[in-house]
Design a protein. Structure first.
Length: 309
């Protein structure tokens, strides 16, 4: 989607309301359009959304110049005297009207559910003028993008209500991150405070839009936390057992007699070690019993010789 305005201008009854102005925005983009506070902010918002035909220049949405297409696809949020709610109305009444415009259920129960969903249920019975500035701008912006055909959003002078410019600038970034093209008109002082280069009312040379990264959708269902399990060791295949033959019906099962345990062998008694036999040394005979020694052979021979002689 691309919304592009080239040198659009609007004449007033006594003076120009809008000098030739150029601006463009696409999906996921944000543009600040700054200028002196006055009717020029409302004029450019109405001209960009097809609700006011410019006296000069042209506005295109993806090449289409039809006012009907622009009015359906481009929404103006909280424009003074045009789309701002009546301050005396209760918040729930304003929400109900906007939900009805968006084609959604707008009964009391549905309104309270919508406020509860966005965290604003406590403001349901308040007068709209008593809403905090940041809540007011965000509530109206959320109601605007509830329309299914809206692709571009124009926040008109949110700084006129006071508050911190960073709050509505972050709102613009949030809308851009969701895919919308966002233009915020504001005073020059707010743009300087934010430190953002802004396109200018009455200028046909706008800077490049701020590109905003899309928001990653959040998963609503939480995945169960996986618990790391120890790897299961593969079991060895069991040996197939032989099938047991079925017993004949009616045949009593004879219990096997228990096997008598074998007689235990008596342990052999260890043999006592034999005491070594001591060598018996013959005792010397007493002197009286001395056996005469046998004569030596040499002596016998000598005696024989003597006898022969």
């Amino acid at each position: 989607m691309e919304l592009k305005a080239h040198a659009i201008s609007v004449r007033g009854p006594h003076a120009p309301m809008l000098q030739p102005t150029s601006v463009s925005v696409g999906d996921h983009q944000l543009v600040l359009l700054a200028g002196y506070p006055g009717p020029g902010h409302v004029a450019v918002s109405l001209g960009l959304s097809g609700r006011l035909k410019p006296d000069g220049g042209d506005v295109q949405l993806d090449g289409e110049t039809s006012g009907r297409v622009l009015r359906r696809r481009v929404a103006v949020v909280d424009a003074p005297g045009i789309t701002e709610p009546d301050d005396a109305l209760p918040v729930q009444t304003v929400v109900g009207e906007e939900l009805a415009i968006a084609g959604q259920k707008a009964g009391r129960k549905s309104v309270l559910e919508w406020l509860e969903q966005h965290g604003w249920a406590g403001f349901a019975d308040r007068r709209f003028e008593h809403l905090p500035v940041s809540v007011r701008t965000k509530l109206l912006a959320e109601l605007t993008v509830a329309r299914p055909d809206v692709k571009a959003v124009i926040l008109t002078m949110p700084d006129r209500l006071g508050g911190d410019p960073h709050e509505w600038y972050e709102l613009g970034r949030d809308l851009a991150s969701r895919g919308y093209g966002v233009i915020i008109t504001c005073a020059d002082a707010s743009a300087r405070l934010l430190g953002v280069e802004a396109a200018q009312l009455g200028s046909v040379s706008p800077p490049a839009p701020v590109q905003v990264e899309p928001v990653t959708p959040i998963e609503t269902t939480e995945e169960p936390t996986e618990v790391a399990e120890e790897p299961v060791m593969a079991e060895e295949p069991m040996e197939a057992k032989e099938p047991v033959e079925p017993e004949e019906p009616g045949r009593p099962v004879v219990a096997e007699e228990p096997v008598e345990p074998e007689e235990s062998v008596e342990p052999v008694e260890p043999v006592e070690p034999v005491e070594p036999v001591e060598d018996v040394v013959p005792e010397e005979a007493p002197a009286d019993d001395v056996v005469p020694e046998e004569p030596v052979v040499a002596d016998v021979v000598d005696e024989t010789k003597k006898d022969l002689a």
